[in-house]
Design a protein around this ligand. Sequence first.
Ligand code: F3S
Ligand code: F3S
Ligand code: ZN
Length: 105
Amino acid sequence: MAIDPSFDESREVVDSHNGHDVWGPVDEPETLGIHGTHVAVDFDVCIEDGACVEDCPVDVFEWVDTPGHPESERKADPVNEIQCIDCMLCVDVCPVDAIDVDSSR
Ligand code: F3S
Ligand code: F3S
Ligand code: ZN
C-alpha cells in the first residue's frame, strides 16, 4: 500500500523526530506513521530499499533503526527535508511508493 498523498488532511501530527513532524497513528514498534511534511516517508510502507538514500542529490535522507517493525528494521528518515530541491527522484525510485513530495506542503 502506497503513502496517502492527502495524509496532511487525513492524519494529525502526534510527535516530532529529528526536526520534522510525525503524522500518526503511531504504536511502536509495529506502527510508526509518516515522517516529514514536505518530504514525507510512510515508515509503515518503507521496506528499506535504500534507493532514495543513495539517489537524493542533496542528502535529505538518513537511516534510522526501527527494530520490530514488520516491513523492515531500518527506514529512510527525511532529516534534511528543508534542503529538498523537488527533483522527485526519491518519489520515482521508491519501489513501494513510500514517499510523497509536495511543494505546496
Ligand atoms: Fe531529494 Fe527527493 Fe527532494 S530526491 S531533492 S528529497 S524530491
Ligand atoms: Fe524506503 Fe522506498 Fe527509500 S522503500 S528506503 S522509502 S526507496
Ligand atoms: Zn523521522
